[in-house]
Design a protein around this ligand. Structure first.
Ligand code: FAD
Length: 331
């Protein structure tokens, strides 16, 4: 076991006895043993932690801890972690920048993997193509394009996610989405095999890329066009201004619901008079009806209750079945 990671969050630090039952049939000592077992298979730089709090790793800032939390320091360690989890029938969950995630108050069973290590942060520009690791922040990607005078990725500015999360969600803004500009994507399947897909081999829809439910995005290559840096900067500034005037500041997960066919979920929530509604410390934003703000100390249950209220009112008053956009972990 990587002693530095264990000592950083030792069991006693977390105020739990080693025999405490974490969930039916699995004690904290079982998790500790599992983490040691896994760490032995991995390189020393790969981080393995038990009971890692996830709330602070999300923009909504709610939710409990991951049984096991792994940050692979190399691609091979990701494959090894997947194989180990498969052998022990443990679910694997990917965590990007946590900007579209609602984590259960009871935490998450199994292994939560973050691709925040250097191995997944490469960013390389070749002519009009940019190859980016899945852990790269969208902000860094769009800034890099701007600095090189490359247009096409301006709409990603202001989306607070990583490339991996954005591919999974087919994130978009300003009338574009990320798969409009993907040339190819490399994934790892659950058996640890790497595959590269051309854009025309990938199906992606509104806030969804089905391939990435099972497979893990490792990197993608984006298509851009030479332009003047000043023009790219101007476009990004215009988008940022638009975002600032229409979105609230505060802890949120962005839009909670997908827009219904031909309409806007935010507008619908506004028309239903639900802005300002609260459950505990979770409040529907007065600025954008599709945002739920954690005013400090909200639970995942508060957020779920508020979402249920919205869905019930949309169904009963308008006959609209709102589909949830935010991804739920452990729920
Ligand atoms: C203030 C604010 C504004 C936002 N504005 C927008 C917007 O304009 N447009 C928009 O589309 N979204 C928006 N979002 C939502 C969010 O930023 C995007 O969905 C973003 O792409 C999520 O990326 P992430 O890295 O944070 O992913 P996470 O939230 O960590 O994860 C999202 C999903 O992706 C999966 N995932 C993460 N990494 C990988 C990977 N490598 N391989 C496979 N699956 C993976 C996770 O398991 C999860 O299911 C906004 C959010 C906030 C808080």
């Amino acid at each position: 076991m990587n002693q530095s990671s264990l000592s950083a969050r030792s069991l006693t630090d977390q105020g739990v006895s080693a025999t405490t039952e974490r969930h039916p049939g699995v004690s904290v000592s079982d998790l500790y043993t599992a983490a040691s077992d896994l760490q032995r298979l991995l390189s020393k730089d790969t981080l393995v932690r038990t009971m890692e709090p996830l709330g602070p790793k999300t923009t909504l800032k709610v939710g409990g801890a991951a049984d096991l939390y792994v940050v692979p320091s190399q691609v091979e360690d990701l494959a090894e972690t997947l194989a180990w989890a498969g052998k022990h029938s443990m679910p694997i969950h990917l965590l990007g920048r946590g900007s579209n995630l609602l984590v259960s108050d009871e935490g998450v069973r199994g292994v939560v993997v973050s691709l925040a290590s250097q191995a997944f942060l490469d960013l390389e520009v070749k002519g009009e193509q940019i190859r980016s690791g899945a852990g790269v922040r969208l902000k860094r990607l769009s800034e890099q394009a701007r600095q090189q005078g490359l247009a096409g990725l301006e709409f990603l500015e202001g989306i607070p996610g990583s490339v991996g999360g954005a591919l999974r969600m087919n994130a978009g803004a300003m009338g574009q989405w990320i798969f409009d500009v993907v040339l190819q994507m490399t994934t790892m399947d659950r058996s640890g095999q790497l595959r590269t897909y051309r854009a025309d081999q990938i199906t992606a829809g509104y806030r969804h890329c089905p391939l990435l439910i099972e497979e893990i995005a490792i990197e993608a290559t984006f298509r851009t066009l030479h332009a003047s840096e000043i023009q790219v900067k101007k476009t990004m500034e215009a988008y940022a201004t638009q975002r600032r005037s229409s979105q609230p500041i505060g802890s949120s997960a962005g839009c909670m619901f997908k827009n219904p066919e031909g309409g806007s979920a935010g507008k619908l929530i506004d028309e239903l008079g639900l802005k300002g509604q609260r459950m505990g410390q979770a409040v529907i934003s007065e600025i954008h009806g599709n945002f739920i703000i954690n005013q400090g100390g909200a639970s995942a249950q508060d957020v779920l209750n508020l979402m249920e209220l919205v869905r019930k009112r949309a169904r009963e008053d308008r006959g609209v079945e709102l589909e949830i956009e935010v991804q739920r972990l452990g729920l």
